[in-house]
Design a protein around this ligand. Structure first.
Ligand SMILES: [Ca+2]
Length: 471
C-alpha cells in the first residue's frame, strides 16, 4: 500500500538525515511510467480474456498488479484523447475535440495548458515522452514545449505518411510529407517504408529503457504513447512469425514485448518498488482488434467498446497483486491522481475535470470512485450501472451495464423516468462545457516538419547507427 511506501521512504529520509547531519531530504515521489497504446481494444490482451494474442508480460503484470475493468478514456480519437490525458480536462473544453491534428496544421494544444509533465517537473521529476505525440507538430506544440525534458518519436499517426494514398486533407489530399522521427524538437530520421514502420514499437522502447536507466536515481515520469496498434500495422519478422503471420496479433504482441522490456528494466535496476506503472489505451480498438464482450469500437456511437479500455496498474509492494477493481475511473483522472502521488498542486485557476482516483489506481481496499456520473464525451452518461447513450438519429438508448455489458437490450421505453434524469444531466453537462471553454492555440504560418527526406537517414539506418555507437 501507499502507506507502506511512505513509511519506507520516511525511514530512508531519517537514515539519510542521521548519516549526513543534513536537513531532512525533500519528498521524493515514486517514478511514474505511463504506457498509452493506440487503438487497442478492451479484449485484446490476456488479462481481459483474449485467448489468441500471446501477452505473457501483460499477463504477469496483471498477476502482480491491479486490473481495472471500468477504466475509460475521456475522449476518443488520438488527438482529443491525448489532450484530455495530458491536461486532466475534457478535450472539448480546451478546443481539442473533433478531428485529429494533421501534419503541417496550424492548431495544437495551447501552451498555456498545464500538462501532467509540467506538474511533475515542478516536483523535481525528470520527464520523458517516447512515442506518438499528436498534439500539434509545430515547434511551439511539441513535447519540449509542454513540460517534457526529453522526446523521441513520431509527431502524429503512423498512417500520415506518403504510403497513405488518400493524402493529407489539409492540402486537398495532396501527398503526405515524409514521416519524421523527432529527437527533442528536430527530425533525425524518417520512416521510409514498411520495414521502418516495423521498428516503431521497438525503437521507442529502446529510448524509454535508456531514459529509465539514465534517470534511475531521481524521480522520473516516463510517458510512452506507442504508435502501435494503429493502422497500418507492421511487426518485426520474428514477431510476425510467432504470431503465425497475423499482423493484428503481431502488433499486440509487439506491445506486450515492449511492456516486458520496461518492467524487466525496472526489476534489473531494483527500482520496481519505487515505480508505478500504468498501462492503458487511447480509445476503443480499430478494425482487427477485439473489444471482448463490449459493443462498438473505434468510431461510431459511444458504446462501451468505444471508450472502455484495458487498463492495468503495477507497483510491487504498494499495489496489491492479482487484484481486480470495478470502480469507475477515466484518463482525465490521471493528472489529479498523479499530482497527488507526487505531492504537486492541482491548478485552481481553471477548470480541471478529472478527479483524484489515486486510491482506485492503487487498489486500496474498500475505496470508491468519486465519480457521481461518467460522461462519454457529450453523447452518453453512466450513473452507477445505468447508461444512457445517444444512438441512431440521436435517440436515447438505456442499458443496465451490470446485467447487459454488451448493450444489447435497450430499456429506454421501460424506464422513461431514468432516461429523463440522465438525459437532463447529460444536457446540463454539454451546456456547462460550452459556457466554460478555453481555446486551442494556432500559429500564423504552419509548415510541415520536413517536406523532403533530404539527407535524413531511413529509420533502420539510424537505428543501426545508434546501436553501432553503443558498442
Ligand atoms: Ca487512437
Amino acid at each position: 500500500m501507499l502507506l507502506n511506501y511512505l513509511k519506507r521512504l520516511s525511514f530512508l529520509c531519517l537514515l539519510l538525515t542521521f548519516c549526513t547531519q543534513a536537513h531532512a531530504a525533500p519528498f521524493r515521489g515514486p517514478n511514474i511510467v505511463l504506457i498509452f497504446i493506440d487503438d487497442m481494444g478492451y479484449g485484446d490482451i490476456g488479462p481481459f480474456g483474449n485467448k489468441v494474442n500471446k501477452t505473457p508480460h501483460l499477463d504477469r503484470m496483471a498477476k502482480e498488479g491491479l486490473k481495472l475493468t471500468d477504466f475509460y478514456v475521456s475522449n476518443t480519437a488520438c488527438t482529443p484523447s491525448r489532450a484530455a490525458l495530458m491536461t486532466g480536462t475534457y478535450a472539448n473544453r480546451i478546443g481539442m475535440d473533433g478531428r485529429v491534428v494533421f501534419p503541417g496544421e496550424d492548431r495544437g494544444l495551447h501552451p498555456d495548458e498545464i500538462t501532467i509533465a509540467e506538474l511533475l517537473k515542478k516536483k523535481g521529476y525528470t520527464t520523458g515522452c517516447f512515442g506518438k505525440w499528436h498534439l500539434g507538430d509545430q515547434q511551439k506544440f511539441l513535447p519540449l514545449a509542454q513540460g517534457f525534458d526529453e522526446y523521441f518519436g513520431i509527431p502524429y499517426s503512423n498512417d500520415m505518411w506518403p504510403g497513405n494514398k488518400r493524402g493529407n486533407p489539409l492540402t486537398n489530399r495532396g501527398p503526405y510529407t515524409p514521416l519524421p522521427i523527432i529527437r527533442q524538437d528536430k527530425a533525425v530520421a524518417y520512416v521510409s517504408d514498411d520495414q521502418d514502420q516495423a521498428l516503431l514499437c521497438e525503437i521507442v522502447t529502446d529510448e524509454a529503457v535508456r531514459f529509465i536507466k539514465k534517470h534511475k536515481e531521481s524521480p522520473f515520469f516516463c510517458y510512452i504513447p506507442h504508435a502501435y496498434v494503429h493502422k497500418p500495422r507492421y511487426a518485426r519478422p520474428h514477431i510476425l512469425k510467432r504470431a503465425e503471420g497475423n499482423v493484428d496479433r503481431s502488433n499486440v504482441e509487439e506491445v506486450d514485448d515492449s511492456v516486458g522490456r520496461i518492467l524487466a528494466t525496472l526489476r534489473q535496476l531494483k527500482i520496481q518498488d519505487q515505480t508505478m506503472v500504468i498501462f492503458t489505451s487511447d480509445n476503443g480498438g480499430a478494425g482487427g482488434m477485439s473489444m471482448g464482450p463490449l459493443r462498438g469500437g473505434k468510431g461510431g456511437p459511444k458504446y462501451e467498446g468505444h471508450m472502455r479500455v484495458p487498463t492495468l496498474t503495477w507497483w510491487p509492494g504498494t499495489i496489491p497483486a492479482a487484484k481486480v477493481s470495478n470502480e469507475i475511473a477515466t484518463t482525465i483522472d490521471l493528472l489529479p491522481s498523479l499530482a497527488k502521488l507526487a505531492g504537486a498542486d492541482i491548478p485552481i485557476d481553471r477548470t480541471i475535470d478529472g478527479q483524484n482516483v489515486l486510491g482506485v489506481l492503487l487498489g486500496e481496499p474498500g475505496v470508491k470512485s468519486p465519480h457521481k456520473a461518467l460522461y462519454y464525451e457529450v453523447e452518453g452518461i453512466r450513473r452507477d450501472n445505468w447508461k444512457l447513450v445517444m444512438g441512431k438519429r440521436n435517440k436515447p438508448e438505456l442499458y443496465n451495464l451490470l446485467k447487459d455489458i454488451g448493450e444489447k437490450n435497450d430499456l429506454a421505453s421501460k424506464h422513461p423516468d431514468i432516461v429523463k434524469q440522465l438525459k437532463s444531466m447529460l444536457d446540463a453537462h454539454r451546456e456547462q462545457i460550452v459556457e466554460d471553454t478555453r481555446p486551442a492555440a494556432f500559429v500564423e504560418k504552419a509548415t510541415p516538419i520536413i517536406s523532403q527526406p533530404g539527407k535524413l537517414p531511413r529509420l533502420r539506418d539510424y537505428v543501426d547507427l545508434l546501436r553501432g555507437q553503443k558498442k
